[in-house]
Design a protein around this ligand. Sequence first.
Ligand code: FES
Length: 116
Amino acid sequence: MTAESSLEATQWHQVGSVADVSKKRKVVVEVDERQILVVAHEGRFFAFDNICIHRERELSKGVILNGKLVCPGHQWAFALDTGWEAVKEACQPTHEVRVDGDDVFVCVAPNPTSVS
Ligand code: FES
C-alpha cells in the first residue's frame, strides 16, 4: 500500500451496507470524536456533521423536507447536496459519500466546498 492510498484509506469510514443504511434512513457514525450523519434519500446518500452549526442540536433528530435536512432546533434547512442554508446564508459541513460494492463509506474529512 502506498502512502497516498494509506492516507485515503484512513479518511473513509464504513457506515454499513447499502440495504441497512437505506432502511434506517439516518445513521450516525462517530470518528475521532466527530459525529457524522449519513442520510439515505430517494436512492442517494448524503452526509453532514451531525452537530448543527447554529446551536449544536443533533441533525439526526431532524427531518428531510423538500430536498433539505431541517434541524429540530430552529428549523434551519440545509440543502442535502451542499449543506447550504439559503435564508441564513450559512453552511453546515458536508462529507463525501461513496458506495463500494454493497457498502456505504463516508469521508471523515469535511468536503472543502461546504466549509464556510
Ligand atoms: S440548533 Fe440547528 S437551527 Fe438552531
